[in-house]
Design a protein around this ligand. Structure first.
Ligand code: NAP
Ligand code: ZN
Length: 354
């Protein structure tokens, strides 16, 4: 298979920093689109996987090239591509392949396909390399099915995080019927959480942010929260006992999820999108009384990702980003661990050429 080399950043072990490298990319097949990457967001999942924190579920294969919040411009299309032409502004999220025939794929829910391929650190069906390589790179080649269109009115650096942080919060909010009249909590004001606040607000819900960082209160209100609770304040937490229809938990580290289950009303649901390394402890009586439910949600399918992007285009929604050069990526990881980012890093991929 014909291959071209692309500049990228990779890590070669759980403890080594990300550094410049080159990686193979396949030449476009008839169904493929070649994309020049303009911006790539930094998701906490990138850090989890670079450091092999999800080794129980999906051990990292090194070298790893992270990045699944990709925005770029189409530079070449295969002969059978119908949706895109060179020059189009497009995005690629967490998925780059699936069987495209199962009932989930037929409905555009490729995230549930038993044979899906994640954008990085997943066996590469095309055999270009042992595993897929993600968006910390100058370019990527992707089947057009897994490419979405970016509304022209959106700032591109701020649009990149929509491809993971955006869809991962939009999808469960829609699934659980978040709308006007519902009381909704968002736990953890990070990359995912701040998108959750924007969407819950735009969908009309009474939105309450739970944060461990009192320094984020003003921001939470500006982002669309109706109320902010510092979750370390037990009295402030107790005032909300039994009152929520839905809570979205976007915390990346070990924390007391039970404290938030207690805030759900009868038939309330708490959905985990945050994926901490260690299992959470859940006393079941807190679920039994009140018939509360606890669930999880993975990213979203391609159809809903396009719907989310169009929603963002209509409502002028993008992530609040700090744009960085790729040479700053290791420092950005340390700052993300300290919750010191407002509220997503977006890598300007032009820096890779510098
Ligand atoms: P992030 O930007 O680092 O945000 C995480 C937030 O969690 C922080 O800003 C902080 O918010 C809170 N937090 C951090 N440490 C905490 C602790 N020890 N106790 C309580 N709260 C803490 O991360 P992200 O990119 O939004 O990702 C969040 C999680 O979602 C990660 O685990 C990531 O892997 C996962 N994720 C899942 C999916 C999916 O499909 N389900 C997709 C993408 C990402 P405050 O300062 O407000 O407390
Ligand atoms: Zn992500």
């Amino acid at each position: 298979m014909p291959i071209t080399q692309a500049r990228a950043y990779s890590a070669t072990s759980p403890t080594s920093p990300l550094a410049a490298t080159t990686i193979p990319r396949r030449e476009p097949t008839p169904r493929d689109v070649r994309i020049e990457i303009l911006f790539c967001g930094i998701c906490h999942s990138d850090l989890h996987q670079v450091r092999n924190e999800w080794k129980e579920v999906m051990p990292t294969v090194y070298p790893v090239v992270p990045g699944h919040e990709i925005v770029g411009r189409v530079v070449e299309v295969g002969s059978a591509v119908t949706k895109y032409v060179p020059g189009d502004l497009v995005g690629v999220g967490c998925l780059v392949d699936s069987d495209q025939s199962c009932p989930h794929c037929q409905r555009g829910n490729q995230q549930f396909c038993a044979d899906m391929t994640l954008t990085y650190n997943f066996p590469d069906k095309h055999g270009t390399a042992p595993v897929t390589y993600g968006g910390y790179s100058e370019g990527i080649v992707v089947d057009e099915t897994f490419v979405v269109r970016i509304p022209e009115n959106l700032d591109l650096a701020g649009a990149a995080p929509l491809l993971c942080a955006g869809i991962t919060t939009y999808s469960p909010l829609r699934h659980w019927g978040v709308t006007t009249g519902k009381k909704v909590g968002i736990v953890g004001l990070g990359g995912l959480g701040h998108m959750g606040v924007k969407f819950a607000h735009a969908l009309g819900a009474h939105t309450v942010v739970f944060t461990t960082s009192s320094s984020k209160i003003e921001d939470a209100l500006r982002l669309g929260a109706d109320e902010v609770v510092v979750s370390r304040d037990a009295d402030a937490m107790a005032k909300h006992t039994g009152s929520f229809d839905f809570i979205l938990d976007a915390v990346s580290a070990d924390h007391d999820v039970n404290a938030f289950i207690s805030l759900l009303g009868v038939d309330g649901n708490l959905t985990m999108v945050g994926a901490p390394e260690k299992p959470l402890s859940v006393p079941v009586f807190n679920l039994i009384f009140g018939r509360r439910s606890l669930s999880g949600s993975p990213i979203g399918g391609l159809a809903e990702t396009q719907e989310m992007l169009d929603f963002c285009g209509e409502h002028g929604i993008t992530a609040d980003v700090e744009t960085i050069a790729i040479q700053q990526v290791n420092e950005a990881y340390e700052r993300m661990l300290r919750s010191d980012v407002k509220y997503r890093f977006s890598i300007d991929m032009a820096s890779l050429k510098g």
